[in-house]
Design a protein around this ligand. Structure first.
Ligand code: HEC
Ligand code: HEC
Ligand code: HEC
Ligand code: HEC
Length: 205
C-alpha cells in the first residue's frame, strides 16, 4: 500500500471514531440527561391515538378537567321516550309479549334501598335522577354513583380508581364508572391470580 493512502485512511478512521459522536453518545452525563429528557418536558405523545373513534365529552369536576366516553349513543334502547311516552305508572305491558326489560336483573343494593326509580326518572325517562329528584344526564352517570360511592368518586377524579385512556398523555381521558360497572349488577367478579406451577416448570427441564 502507498504510504500517502495509508496516512489518509488513518486520518479518516481517527476522525470518524473520535471527532464525531455516534448517535446516542454525549460528552457528559449531564448532556445526555438534558438531551433525552427534552421529550418529557414537552411531551409529544397524545392520548388521541388511544381514544381512537370513541366519542368523548369534556367534564369539569372541582379542579379536574378531563374527557370521558359519551354514553347515549352506546345505549341500545336509547331514546327511552320512543316507548316511554307517558309516566311509568301509565305504561302498560304489551299483551302477549314478555315484560319489558326482562333481561335486566338487578343485583346492587338491597331492594328496600333501591329500585328502578332511584336512578331512572319515571316521568322523564331520557334522563337519570338524583336521590332528591334533580336531573342527571346519561352522559354524566358518574354523578349518580358519586351520591353513594363518594370515596371511589374522589379517587376516580384524581385518577386513582378506574383507568386513564392512553395513560397520563394529554388531553387526559378516563373511562367512566359504567364503562366497567354495569349499573344494575356492578360487582366485579373476583379472579384468581395467574398461578406459577412449579411442577410443570420441573417437567420442562
Ligand atoms: C321498546 C320499548 C321500550 C324502550 C325503548 C324502553 N322501554 Fe322501558 N318499558 C317499556 C314498557 C312497555 C314498560 C312497562 C311495562 C312492562 O313492564 O312491560 C317499561 C318499563 C320500564 C321501567 C319500569 C320497570 C319496572 O320493573 O318497574 C323502567 C325503569 C324502564 N322501563 C326504563 C327504561 C329506560 C331507562 C329506557 C331507555 C334507556 C327504556 N326503558 C326504554 C318499554 C320500553
Ligand atoms: C343505580 C342506578 C340504577 C338503577 C337502580 C337502575 N338503573 Fe337502569 N341504568 C342506569 C344507568 C346509569 C344506565 C346507563 C348505563 C350506560 O351508560 O350504559 C342504565 C341503563 C338502563 C337501560 C338501558 C340499557 C341498554 O343498554 O339499552 C334500561 C332499559 C334500564 N336501565 C332499565 C332499568 C330498570 C328496568 C331498572 C329497575 C329494574 C333499572 N334500570 C335500575 C342506572 C340504574
Ligand atoms: C342509592 C345509593 C347507590 C347508588 C346511587 C349507587 N350505588 Fe352502588 N351500591 C350501593 C349499595 C348500598 C351497595 C351494596 C353495599 C356495598 O357492597 O357497598 C352498592 C354496591 C356497589 C358495588 C359493589 C361493591 C362491592 O364491594 O362489591 C359497586 C361496584 C357499585 N355499587 C357501583 C356503583 C355504580 C357504578 C353506580 C352508578 C351507576 C352506583 N353503584 C350507584 C349504593 C348505591
Ligand atoms: C377501568 C374500570 C373501572 C372504572 C372506570 C371504575 N371502576 Fe370501580 N372498580 C373496578 C374494579 C376492577 C373493581 C374491583 C376491585 C377489587 O375487586 O378489588 C372496582 C371496585 C369498585 C367498588 C367496590 C369497592 C372497592 O373500592 O373495591 C365500587 C363501589 C366502585 N368500584 C365504584 C366505582 C365508581 C363510583 C366509579 C366511577 C366514579 C368506578 N367505580 C369506576 C373498575 C373500575
Amino acid at each position: 500500500m502507498n504510504i500517502h493512502r495509508f496516512i489518509i485512511i488513518v486520518i479518516v478512521v481517527f476522525c470518524v471514531g473520535s471527532c464525531k459522536h455516534k448517535e446516542g453518545e454525549y460528552h457528559s452525563l449531564k448532556d445526555k440527561i438534558d438531551a433525552e429528557t427534552k421529550n418529557y418536558q414537552d411531551p409529544e405523545i397524545s392520548s388521541e391515538s388511544y381514544i381512537g373513534d370513541v366519542k368523548t365529552i369534556e367534564i369539569k369536576e372541582g379542579d379536574h378537567r378531563f374527557l370521558i366516553p359519551e354514553r347515549k349513543s352506546q345505549i341500545t334502547s336509547f331514546a327511552c321516550t320512543e316507548c316511554h311516552t307517558q309516566p311509568l305508572g301509565k305504561m302498560k305491558r304489551i299483551e302477549g309479549e314478555k315484560r319489558a326489560h326482562w333481561e335486566l336483573q338487578m343485583q346492587h343494593a338491597d331492594e328496600k334501598a333501591m329500585n328502578c326509580t332511584s336512578c331512572h326518572m319515571g316521568e322523564n325517562m331520557d334522563n337519570l335522577n338524583s336521590l332528591t329528584g334533580s336531573i342527571i344526564d346519561f352522559n354524566q352517570s358518574y354523578l349518580l354513583c358519586a351520591q353513594c360511592h363518594n370515596s371511589q368518586f374522589q379517587d376516580w377524579k384524581g385518577g386513582a380508581h378506574g383507568k386513564n385512556i392512553g395513560g397520563w398523555a394529554k388531553p387526559r381521558a378516563a373511562m367512566t364508572c359504567v364503562s366497567c360497572h354495569n349499573p344494575h349488577q356492578p360487582q366485579i367478579a373476583s379472579k384468581w391470580p395467574v398461578q406459577f406451577n412449579t411442577e410443570i416448570e420441573k417437567e420442562r427441564k
